[in-house]
Design a protein around this ligand. Structure first.
Ligand SMILES: NC(=O)c1ccc[n+]([C@@H]2O[C@H](COP(=O)([O-])OP(=O)(O)OC[C@H]3O[C@@H](n4cnc5c(N)ncnc54)[C@H](OP(=O)(O)O)[C@@H]3O)[C@@H](O)[C@H]2O)c1
Length: 282
């Protein structure tokens, strides 16, 4: 069975290749640019995979607010076209989405299930949600996994991740101001990769929530990073408003992952355990 990974040199693509139990064909942006879907389909024609795993995305949440066209092309149009390609070939399409499809319900304080109606706040969230819809309309054999705050090793230079950013800042600063009013569940790319392989095995197609368990804020996460790496940096809480990012983020976007856990029969680790494991293995 041949498996192609698109966007393969990012965090998740790197983790999927590292945890694969079968041979995979890893295609980075240079070999399959989702801005050129006709070319990507030609590459797929020549490889004829039975499973296509799409890890490529336009992930610059703030930049997407002013670059809607590119965000839509990569996050919405390309996944729809790739899902259609897979459906024509009876291949399985695997795709990743985000907790940022939620957030519009300002009073929400319980984890979102797959049945909850999405309400994105940002252009990034809107384009990812539209990507989910395009896949669902185009294909029957799809897996969509919504995740949050991924951290992992990567082969491309791309944007870093929250953990690496905090580690770098803590090296040079005595104090850090970190947002404390966004409750979510940052997730290990390695764990997500393992769940993805297990899910593919089940053939139980559909939409899944896929994060580590529990929840935290970026401020509490930063304090845990500082604690686990024995640094003395003081982490102070600030509001999203004080931080002033261009794109609005959900104040609460914790995902209920019980459906995934039930289907793959693998216990999902807490965000603290996953973080500790990442920090000891990096
Ligand atoms: N990272 C998070 O915090 C997070 C949170 C929620 C959901 N997700 C979703 O999880 C999935 C994997 O994310 P990740 O953390 O692995 O992201 P990542 O590390 O940024 O990797 C994404 C990869 O996509 C590639 N890419 C970007 N534009 C492309 C294009 N036009 N054609 C082909 N490849 C392109 C990038 O290539 P370059 O390196 O060359 O730019 C990068 O290697 C994505 O669907 C993302 O939306 C991520």
């Amino acid at each position: 069975m041949s498996i192609v990974i698109l966007g393969a040199y990012g965090q998740l693509g790197t983790a999927l290749e590292a945890t694969a139990y079968r041979e995979v064909i890893s295609l980075p942006r240079q070999q399959a640019d989702l801005a050129q879907t006709t070319d990507v389909c030609k590459v797929l024609d020549s490889l004829n995979p039975e499973i296509v795993i799409n890890c490529a995305a336009y992930n610059q949440v703030d930049q997407a607010q002013v670059d809607l066209e590119t965000a839509k092309a990569i996050n919405t149009d390309a996944p729809g076209i790739l899902a259609e390609w897979c459906d024509r070939r009876d291949a399985v399409f695997v795709h990743f989405s985000t907790d940022y499809v939620f957030g519009g319900d300002l009073s929400r304080r319980t984890p979102y299930t797959e049945q909850d109606p999405p309400a994105p706040l940002s252009i990034y969230g809107e384009t990812k949600l539209a990507g989910e819809c395009a896949i669902q309309a185009a294909s029957r054999k799809y897996f969509i996994l919504r995740t949050c705050g991924l951290y992992g090793a990567r082969r491309s230079t791309g944007k870093g991740n929250f953990v690496e950013t905090m580690l770098k800042l803590a090296e040079t600063r005595d104090e850090l101001n970190v947002v404390d009013d966004q409750e979510c569940t940052p997730t290990s790319a390695t764990d997500l990769a393992r769940w993805t392989w297990a899910l593919i095995e089940t053939s139980r197609y559909g939409l899944y929530h896929a994060t580590n368990s529990g929840s935290t804020t970026w401020c509490r996460m930063a304090r845990e990073i500082v604690r686990l790496t024995h640094q003395s940096t003081i982490v102070r809480p600030i509001t999203s408003e004080e931080f002033g990012a261009a794109a609005p983020r959900p104040h609460y976007s914790v995902l209920d992952c019980s459906q995934l856990e039930e289907v793959i029969q693998i216990p999902i680790l807490s965000w603290q355990t996953a973080l500790e494991s990442y920090l000891t293995q990096r």
